[in-house]
Design a protein around this ligand. Structure first.
Ligand code: PDD
Length: 299
């Protein structure tokens, strides 16, 4: 089956899908994006993704390319045309196509919209989560406005590549003060010896992950202790558990940081329970089927 992409109002074969060479995202990374999970044919947390998209567009003063409902139709249609049951839809909006001048085009041009979809191997993701993954750390070299989901991802690309080359799954950015900010494409969490969940505040140095927000809500419903605060790499290395969150990885336990074992070196019990309950909540539009925490046996 051939893949289909949406480009500026048209559904086109993926292999023919193209944007103009003077697209502002291509030349200046002047665009924003969202990645939304598709599970059993449904978009997960669509409302929060749309809210974050609108915020990112507002911050960069790019006009909304179409109404929220129409955009939702396009996302679902791309998923449908590609027969995605479990996977992701990718949405990118750039400021548009204009002669290459650094300042915003004046008068403004029409924002360019691209949507693609792709399948994810959920069986492989489950196996990965059961075993836990390794991360490596890299210096925080990104621009300060990573709260905007912009396509300025070169430092993230280099970080992920460093992780891959070190045999790890993800990279964690560590700032000049030795504090962990977030992953190259995920939020970073630890669990303290007292079973407190900790993640960095979603302010200017950290993206407000949709999955992060979901996990905060799930933790509250389960009565788990949660702190939004900065933490050092040193504290992370001594943590009981660690995990990452994103639309593509949901909650994935981390068992190694820079080659050093976290906890007993196996996927942590709380991380695994949170994966289970977050999946449950995502599929039920935020509700839990039971407020009692699942006790999952380690395999
Ligand atoms: N990335 N932090 C960064 C830098 C990210 O790129 C992402 C997601 C997250 C988690 O956000 P969410 O839970 O909304 O996916 C945090 C997507 C998946 C990507 O770039 O492919």
């Amino acid at each position: 089956m051939s893949r289909i992409a949406y480009v500026n109002g048209h559904y086109v074969p993926h292999r023919d899908a193209a944007v103009h060479i003077e697209d502002r995202a291509y030349q200046f990374a002047d665009g924003v994006y969202e990645v939304c999970e598709v599970r059993a044919g449904r978009l997960i947390d669509e409302r929060r993704h749309m809210e974050r998209l609108k915020r990112s567009l507002r911050e960069l003063r790019i006009a909304e390319p179409m109404g929220e409902a129409s955009l939702g139709v396009v996302l679902r249609e791309v998923a449908r045309r590609n027969r995605i049951r479990d996977g992701i839809v990718y949405l990118q909006v750039s400021r548009g196509v204009a002669p290459r001048n650094h300042g915003f085009p004046d008068p403004a041009v029409r924002p360019a919209v691209v949507v693609t979809a792709r399948r994810l191997d959920i069986a492989a993701a489950e196996r990965r989560a059961a075993k836990g993954v390794a991360v490596v750390t890299v210096p925080e070299t990104r621009w300060a406005r990573v709260d905007i989901k912009s396509v300025s991802l070169l430092p993230n690309v280099l970080a992920k590549q460093a992780a891959t080359e070190a045999g790890a799954f993800e990279a964690w950015f560590v700032d000049a003060d030795g504090l962990v900010t977030e992953g190259s494409s995920s939020n970073a969490w630890i669990v303290t010896a007292e079973d407190v969940l900790v993640t960095a505040p979603a302010d200017l140095g950290v993206l407000r992950g949709v999955t992060r927000t979901l996990v905060v809500e799930v933790a509250a419903r389960l009565g788990l202790a949660f702190q939004e605060r900065r933490y050092s790499l040193k504290e992370a290395l001594a943590a009981k558990e660690a995990f990452m969150t994103s639309a593509t990885s949901l909650v994935t336990p981390i068992v190694k940081v820079d080659g050093q074992m976290i906890g007993d070196g196996r996927a942590g019990a709380l991380s695994r329970a949170l994966r289970f309950h977050s999946r449950d909540a995502a599929e039920r539009g935020g509700e839990l089927s039971s407020p009692r925490m699942a006790v999952l046996t380690k395999d």
